[in-house]
Design a protein around this ligand. Structure first.
Ligand code: CA
Length: 233
């Protein structure tokens, strides 16, 4: 089954919120609702989204501040900002603080759906990294992803669990780049199922044990505190 794109919808006007949610769901998206800025930030911290639709005028924390906060940790998720204000100063501020696109209320629903589609397509294209083949070698290790096993630097053959193989593939395909915890959880553990960060840490510790000649000074598998994990070779 293909995973549906997930959207965080942040809008406090209930009627508009319901109308947008219904239409997005009819278009095949999975929608998570937040009715104020504080709840929006909480949702972003614990779930992965393909897109955020963000109203500017919100209770608790306004949309501009929400966008600014999201961008501190997550530069990738597209943000479509909605606002009743129609001054170019607001639009510029919104875009400056991290929005990718901006719609002024009242807007045409078709136009919103088109822009949502465009933003999600664009981010999917950006996320498609170079894919690696069925086997991958680094140092004296060779991983066989289909067989879910590996020959390690000391000549030992080890079996990998499906999740181990998936996580290795994800990290290696994003070589030299930090892969966020949210992305790892989404891709390896599946949609919106949340094991603790500790679980990923334990996988990384296993990888070091298997593949690093000096597991206390890892050369390949790195934890980037507060952000995620990175593979380098
Ligand atoms: Ca509002």
């Amino acid at each position: 089954m293909v995973n549906k794109a997930t959207i965080l919808l942040v809008e406090d006007e209930e009627n508009l919120h319901e109308a947008l949610k219904l239409n997005l769901e009819l278009d095949g998206y999975e929608v998570t609702s937040a009715y104020d800025g504080k709840l929006a930030l909480e949702a972003v911290n614990k779930e992965f989204f393909n897109l955020i639709i963000l109203d500017v005028m919100l209770p608790e924390v306004d949309g501009i501040t929400v966008a600014e906060n999201i961008r501190v940790h997550n530069n990738e998720v597209p943000i479509l900002m909605l606002s009743a204000k129609n001054t170019s100063a607001d639009k510029i501020l919104g875009l400056k603080k991290g929005a990718d696109d901006y719609l002024t209320k009242p807007f045409n629903l078709e136009e919103l759906l088109l822009r949502v589609q465009k933003l999600i397509d664009k981010s999917n294209r950006l996320q498609q990294k170079q894919t690696i083949g069925n086997t991958y070698s680094f140092g004296n290790n060779t991983i066989n992803f289909n067989a879910q096993d590996a020959i390690t630097y000391n000549g030992e053959k080890i079996a990998l669990s499906k999740k181990e193989a998936l996580l290795l593939k994800l990290l290696i395909e994003n070589k030299n780049e930090v892969v966020t915890r949210e992305k790892i959880l989404q891709i390896v553990w599946g949609y919106n199922v949340y094991p603790t960060t500790r679980t990923i840490d334990n996988f990384i510790l296993s990888f070091r044990k298997y593949f690093e000649e000096d597991s206390r000074n890892p050369q390949y598998f790195h934890s980037i505190r507060g952000l995620g994990y990175k593979y380098t070779d």
